[in-house]
Design a binder for this molecule. Structure first.
Ligand code: ZN
Ligand code: ZN
Length: 129
């Protein structure tokens, strides 16, 4: 069975179906957004839809994680949760670099600061014990 052709290019084999409209797209037409593939039109639509100041959920989770790390960040809990929150913030930052229409940059910054703070609390309280 022959592979399906790209919806825009008859001479190219498809690489993935668009997650929005299910049309087959070749590597030239497809755009990967957070693990899903989209055709150009759906990508623009997606950008328009989320343009209403939507905050990236990963950024919110990172800042919540960082806040928990500060609240319960004594000794090894801070040393575990602090860096974990920072790694979550870093991941959110990577997504925001690609998805420029999403908000959450201040969340990421806050998560970095709080995560670093929790790590410091953990280190200091551990040394004092
Ligand atoms: Zn599409
Ligand atoms: Zn194509």
């Amino acid at each position: 069975m022959a592979t399906r052709q790209c919806y825009q290019h008859d001479d190219r084999a498809m690489m993935a179906y668009c997650a929005g409209c299910a049309r087959p797209c070749c590597p030239n037409c497809v755009l990967e957004i957070r693990g899903d593939y989209y055709c150009e039109r759906c990508r623009d639509q997606l950008a328009a839809d989320v343009h209403q100041s939507r905050v990236l959920p990963e950024a919110t989770r990172a800042v919540i994680m960082a806040a928990i790390a500060v609240l319960f960040g004594l000794k090894w809990i801070g040393l575990l949760l602090g860096p974990y929150a920072i790694s979550r913030a870093w991941k959110a930052q990577q997504i925001l670099t690609d998805a420029h229409w999403l908000r959450g940059r201040w969340h990421v910054r806050a998560a970095y600061v709080l995560g670093g703070f929790a790590t410091a609390i953990g280190a200091v309280t551990l040394m004092q014990s």
